[in-house]
Ligand binder design. Structure first.
Ligand code: HEM
Length: 438
């Protein structure tokens, strides 16, 4: 997309399957597009037409999206998002995870599955009101599904040619049978959770998690015409929060570990900052971020350099509109090329280099986040998990480096090649060695 934009200009369009797709590049135009109220819609079909019937919040447009988003954020805040108990429970999860790593002392291990299970417990606590053990079958299924789901292409036939979606399923193209079987298993697991919450709620009306809050909203709105507050939406939203809240953080933490191994000088620098502030024994707290500018600069640089979401999740123009002098007709699908902003040489000095120092002010006492660092998008549809993500990235990173020196297997180099679909993942996940810090 960045190469096409060099040829055809910062805002260009092309036909993809049944749709006109507009790709917006360059910070100047993306900034304008993020503030454009006619570009807040999503495609009319669900992400996998023919397989996923009911839209979740991320797939909704207009009034139903506004209501679902407002209720979700209110309930999640009420049940703990952003509160000190939530931070305590994340620290507990980190403690269990680092104990598992410690037991492998010095041996090469793959952390992907266990890290996913640890991180997913943080969002599970808010959505389902509980965490799971590392051998819980439903969570293990999810951890295994992630790399598979990650193979789905951004420009995929199902979404861009919904007219033949059923044929794709029937002919089992693109491994659809397996994908559907995973989706159905997870859906039924969530439905079980909803049913458990329903029975529990007959004698206890308190709202302890997102499912409780949503069930309460369903009963409040049962006489409302065209309400999207029903169990089908609850099931889809719960799955959305679980995935959006686990896979993104797990993958970013993996990127962090690989950068730390590739550039061990930053491991030492962050550990030095930890020693001079909170020390190696006290678990980190969110407020410590202020006194740890280099650690924050490292997190910002990881988000910039890896560009976890390279192309924004598709939006849809809900009216004819304009960005700069470029006309965007109603119902065009629109994406923002975040990767191009994060690698723009007019905004960043040597953008291809991994250099956390670029985020420090002159006397290195503060990490400054420029407005064009946009891993979470921006405007009214900005990722609602942004602060939750920063909190976890900070707590996990500091905890790892308080306890371990991380390295690759002897003789093996860490390459940083990535595969970009919906999310930027590393091509291969090499084993890592965690050695306790003396
Ligand atoms: C490093 C971590 C993360 C990154 C880079 C990220 C990035 C994004 C981006 C780019 C969007 C699209 C926004 C748009 O359309 O303009 C998005 C949407 C969303 N994210 Fe995140 N996200 C992260 C973590 C999380 C977490 C932890 C949660 C859960 C609490 C979450 C929940 C969501 C939801 C529900 C949406 C849909 C919002 C809507 O359509 O209104 N994300 N995220």
């Amino acid at each position: 997309m960045t190469e096409l934009s060099a040829k055809y200009g910062p805002v260009f369009s092309f036909k993809c399957g049944q749709f006109d797709v507009v790709v917006i590049n360059q910070w100047k135009f993306i900034k304008e597009a993020l503030a454009n109220e006619h570009l807040l819609g999503r495609p009319k079909e669900t992400t996998i037409p023919g397989v996923i019937e009911h839209a979740s919040l991320i797939e909704m447009s207009g009034e139903s999206w506004k209501q679902q988003r407002r209720v979700a954020l209110t309930v999640l805040r009420d049940v703990g998002l952003g509160k000190s108990e939530m931070e305590d429970s994340i620290r507990d999860q980190i403690k269990s995870f680092t104990e598992v790593i410690k037991s492998s002392e010095g041996k090469p291990i793959t952390v992907a599955d266990k890290l996913f299970l640890s991180v997913s417990n943080n969002i599970s606590k808010l959505v389902f009101g509980q965490t799971s053990a590392y051998d819980d079958p439903a969570s293990l299924l999810m951890a295994k599904m992630m790399p598979e789901a990650g193979k789905m292409k951004f420009f995929n036939v199902q979404q861009f040619m919904p007219i033949i979606a059923n044929l794709v399923i029937k002919l089992n193209l693109f491994n659809m049978t397996e994908i559907i079987s995973h989706i159905r298993k997870f859906e039924s697991h969530i439905l079980d959770e909803v049913n458990i919450h329903k029975t529990k709620n007959t004698d206890d009306n308190s709202i302890k998690d997102y499912i409780d809050g949503f069930l309460h909203e369903i009963s409040k709105r049962q006489n409302e015409k065209d309400s999207t507050f029903h169990v089908n939406t609850l099931q889809r939203n719960a799955a959305l929060f679980y995935f959006a809240g686990s896979d993104t953080i797990t993958t970013t933490l993996q990127w962090m570990m690989f950068y730390l191994v590739k550039y061990p000088e930053y491991q030492n620098k962050i550990r030095e900052e930890i020693k001079q502030t909170i020390g190696l024994n006290r678990q980190p707290e969110n407020v410590d971020r202020k006194q740890m500018p280099f650690t924050m600069a490292f997190i910002y640089e990881t988000l910039r350099h890896s560009s976890l979401v390279p192309l924004n999740i598709l939006r849809r123009a809900t009216e004819d509109t304009k960005v700069g002098d470029f006309s965007i007709p109603k119902d065009s699908l629109v994406t923002f090329n975040f990767w191009s902003v994060h690698r723009d040489p007019n905004l960043w000095d040597n953008p291809e280099l991994f250099k956390p120092e670029r985020f420090l002010n002159e006397d290195k006492s503060k990490a400054i986040k420029p407005p064009y660092l946009i891993p979470f998008s921006g405007g009214r549809r900005v990722c609602p998990g942004e602060s939750f993500a920063y909190l976890q990235l900070f707590l996990y990173l500091v905890s790892f480096l308080q306890q371990f020196e991380i390295s690759a297997e002897p003789g093996k180099d860490i390459h940083l090649e990535s595969v970009q679909n919906f999310v930027t993942r590393k091509k291969e996940l090499p084993n890592l060695i965690f050695k306790s810090v003396d």
